[in-house]
Design a protein around this ligand. Structure first.
Ligand SMILES: [Zn+2]
Length: 271
């Protein structure tokens, strides 16, 4: 299996699900979902927090499983939950060896669940922390390209490492993010009939910048579209990416896994 070492004791050779909100499933469903994915060769899982209140539960889950890691932070929907002192609290939580990224953080001007200025400020605080702790950020961006690019361009964020997960921001946005060496995550959207706007990014994205993810419980790929998503279906996403690239499934799994560990380097160190 080339230069990619087996993860945990499984020695699986499938893809890594780089974004699955397992906290949305019950404790039993969670374990069953992990086992079902492993049975199909899925060799790792990154579970991003939505708010700081998730942290303890996600860290406990990650500590129970060699192949599970978490990102800790505050989603733009929940930016209003951010309180004075949370920056220090988050920094302490991120010292845990299983916390490998800051997030999920970002901007969402589609739902506007939190005021836009507050979303931006909470994003800045989390990116400052990412730079200070030398961790990558897991970034959510929806209908907010213009402000996202403005914040990205702020001088203090030069050198930020990031995964723009579930990317659907269009070609021009992709070009800007690629120029900054960011990573883009593909979800089940790449299997949707009308998602040419997602697939059109593939030819311009350097292979070493692509990741695959389910975004469980959302965006289940064809032929499971409309159901509650599960990490095992990252296989269908990697298969479609292989088809689009004209490469083998194995090659896509190997490369996206290398990409994952390059970006989320703390996960490799924890092995
Ligand atoms: Zn997410």
């Amino acid at each position: 299996m080339g230069s990619v070492p087996p993860i945990g004791s499984s020695g699986s050779t499938g893809p890594i699900d780089s974004h699955c909100h397992l906290q949305s499933l019950s404790a039993d469903e969670r374990e069953a979902a992990l086992d079902a994915a492993r049975a199909r060769g899925v060799r790792g899982f990154l579970v991003p927090a939505i708010q700081l209140a998730d942290a303890e539960e996600l860290l406990a889950l990650a500590h129970r499983h060699d192949d599970v890691w978490c990102a800790l932070g505050v989603h733009p929907h929940d930016a209003s939950t951010w309180q004075d002192g949370d920056e220090r609290r988050l920094a302490e939580l991120l010292a845990d060896p299983k916390a490998v990224a800051v997030g999920e953080c970002g901007l969402d001007f589609y739902y506007d669940h939190s005021p836009r200025e507050l979303q931006e400020e909470v994003l800045r605080q989390q990116w400052r922390l990412a730079l200070e702790l030398d961790l990558p950020a897991v970034v959510h961006n929806r209908d907010s390209n213009e402000r996202m690019l403005a914040v990205v361009a702020e001088e203090e964020f030069a050198g930020l490492r990031a995964d723009f997960h579930s990317f659907a921001g269009g070609l021009a946005m992709a070009e800007e993010l690629i120029a900054r060496d960011f990573y883009l995550g593909f979800t089940g959207m790449i299997t949707f009939k009308r998602a040419d706007n997602v697939r059109e990014v593939i030819p311009i994205l350097p292979p070493e910048r692509e990741l695959v993810e389910t975004d469980t419980p959302y965006l289940a790929p064809v032929p499971h579209r409309g159901k509650e998503n599960r990490p095992e279906w990252v296989v269908e996403i990697a298969e479609r990416l292989a088809e689009e690239r004209g490469e083998s499934y194995e090659a896509i799994c190997e490369r996206t896994t290398e990409n994952f560990f390059r970006l989320f380097s703390k996960a490799r160190a924890a092995e």
